[in-house]
Design a protein around this ligand. Sequence first.
Ligand code: 7MK
Ligand code: ZN
Length: 835
Amino acid sequence: MANKAVKRLADYQSPAFLITHLDLTFELDDTQTRVTAVSKLKKNGTDSALRLDGEHLELVSVELDGKTVEPRFENEQLVIDVAGDSGELKIVTLTNPSTNTALEGLYKSGGAFCTQCEAEGFRRITYFMDRPDVLAIYSSKVIADKEKYPQLLSNGNLVECGDLDGGRHFATWQDPFPKPCYLFALVAGDFDILEDSFTTMSGRDVLLQIYVDKGRRAQATHAMTALKASMKWDEDTYGLEYDLDRFMIVAVDFFNMGAMENKGLNVFNAKFVLADDNTATDADYDRIAGIIAHEYFHNWTGNRVTCRDWFQLSLKEGLTVFRDQSFSADWAGSSATRIHEAQLMRTAQFAEDAGPMSHPIRPQEVVEMNNFYTVTVYDKGAEVIRMLHGLLGKAGFRAGMDLYFKRHDGKAVTCDDFVDAMADANDVDLTAFKGWYSQSGTPIVTVTELWENGQYGLKLSQVTPPTADQKEKGPLPLPFAIELLGHSKQVLQLQGAEQTFALGHFDEKPVLAPLCGFSAPVKLVFEQSDDELAALMEKAEDGFVRVDAAERLLQRLVAAWLEGQEHPALELWLNALHGIASRPLTDAFLDAELFKVPSVNAMLGWFENIDLDGLVAARTRLRSQVRERLFAVLHDRYQMVKDVKEKGARALTNSLLVLLAESLENAIEERYFQARNMTERQGALAAAVAGNLAISDKLLSDFDDKFGDNLQVMDKWLMLQGQRSGALKRMPKLTEHSAFSWNNPNRTRSLIGVFIAHNPEAHSDAGYQWLSEVLPKLDSINPQATARMVGPLLQWRRFDAKRRQSLEALLTGLQTPTTSADLGELLGKALAKKD
Ligand code: 7MK
Ligand code: ZN
């Protein structure tokens, strides 16, 4: 296995040199791109050894102050002795973009050149101090064939362009803002451009451009609208104005992640830019707006103020996710937005924290940085910021943000610097709160009701169980929002391990709605009666509480079923659904959530040990109970909403179709063929697949006929194929299908990633066998994308004895001399002996 050293937060040292300026020249060529990097160095201490990172590069020459030097290699770094206090270093290297299937550094995406440098991709472009605390002023001259690559882009402002011999041309860009190398970007290609402009709060005009594949300009209009709304929102909410004359977005097909906030030149996975009603669902539209906002917001939270080191990743990501979530809630939000955020936390994040990869939002040890772009750093990070926002209030939080920018603009800083700015601006002590940055794991909050002589109160206590990375835990301050049904709402601040709260006099014991709005990223233990849960499910004001109450009822029911017993929760759940479906419709988005049977993945979080077959059977049984008992009333509701041209109605219709699929085969077929947009079409198709209906084959093949030439849309098809019953035996054919490609991570994630995460067939002997063939192949092509797919397999210790044995064998077999550092780190952690 590729052996890479562990890096520790505790070992941080400031850089031995500063690089104040970097002038880059790219002579772009498919297989031999020549990069000339001229940097101005300044010693930053007494060490005279300049150590530069570099990978997959062919070194041509090194000159220091005009004289050729012979560098040495130490620990995979290029080392140059610099005698004086400053100097000018010129390095020439060659790189091969065509064979770069890892999609880090400079690579070809379709016919275009593009780059991805975060976290440590710049070292595949030239030898450099590839760390975020080295901030330089960049200029980049890009040279390429004019006919094939008419557009040459990089960060900042275009300062010069012109023709060269041999049919080539060039463009020179200058970025006036000092930046770390992970924010560098270059794109060269032949695109269509959607243009617009934005006038900032101080009256400057900014040119906005979205570069897309030829013929796709019209599909970028939603992204453009979202961009302008984001720019306005950041001015209105935080007083933050855009700072360059031009803002560019490029949509590319080959991209490992969602998008990237390179200064002035965001690069996006095309699926998060392009949309029209015929090809994108309502959820796609919302996701696009959220990601456009996220990358735009990074211009301040990430670029103007950046991270000192990669352990501080949540400084920019947790904060920016919180900002994009707030934007989405304001802009296009529904009552389900917050529920979806909570669901992601409770499924993916809680599982990550309970597994071998557990880490705090500020990790303390990292092997491969790519493995730490996690739901913990991002989404739990955002929950931590949300708690701060709640604690300080809107105005207090804004004061903290203002002070943060005043102190740290143009600098590379730490999470502590951020929390200190919040504390100082509000004159509060946040020392205990900082525990959220250093402690991993999910606190379990136990709620005990106190009810005596008409006095109602609560005792809250918390413990955090040990995690794979950290044995000792302490209590953390957390906001516990409650509603007393029919009475008041308030937020209780739990400060220590245990606290009691007196809540006043009542004639009858009130019904408690706990953890409103998912006010803290914690698990709840609360022996609330089944009847109270049913009441919350129907009547609580808070949407999250209603969906959570349904889940808590179902958890009791499924636990009983797994033991071969019955449970009264079944009747209560069905009655509550009946009540909701019979009353006048008030919130279709919320009902769309309530009329879903939790996925097997959601159920995994309910139990420590995974009885996979039992959970699959329980889910099937729940669905058939709903159909048998509630068909009439749910079908009435379906009839009522199915033709309403409104987003909430479409969401509710799709939930009802999935719930009733086996009884609605004809309606599903009709809806599929008469769909007015992709939300309806995909909803019908998903229902056919969820119900494993005979009609599925016909609909899937029609979808292929209609959309086979649009691979972005075909990802939806691949995802359904990956999820579908019988997927495993079709895999050889599916991977040969023209919509699939081993080299494109959108395709592999859709088919194989979804299969691993959502299809129980992955957990069969034949499934494990197939994965043992496919995963090494994927890893050799694209380590980062592969590492992001194997998460569910790392939970092997939670499965039954037979699967445990097979999974251990599968994971062990993946550890070979050619395994990537990315996958290797995950396997090593998952297989480590437990003490
Ligand atoms: C989101 C990093 C980038 C995982 C989720 C994103 C990445 C990975 C987008 C890539 C981002 N900085 O803006 O956070
Ligand atoms: Zn981000």
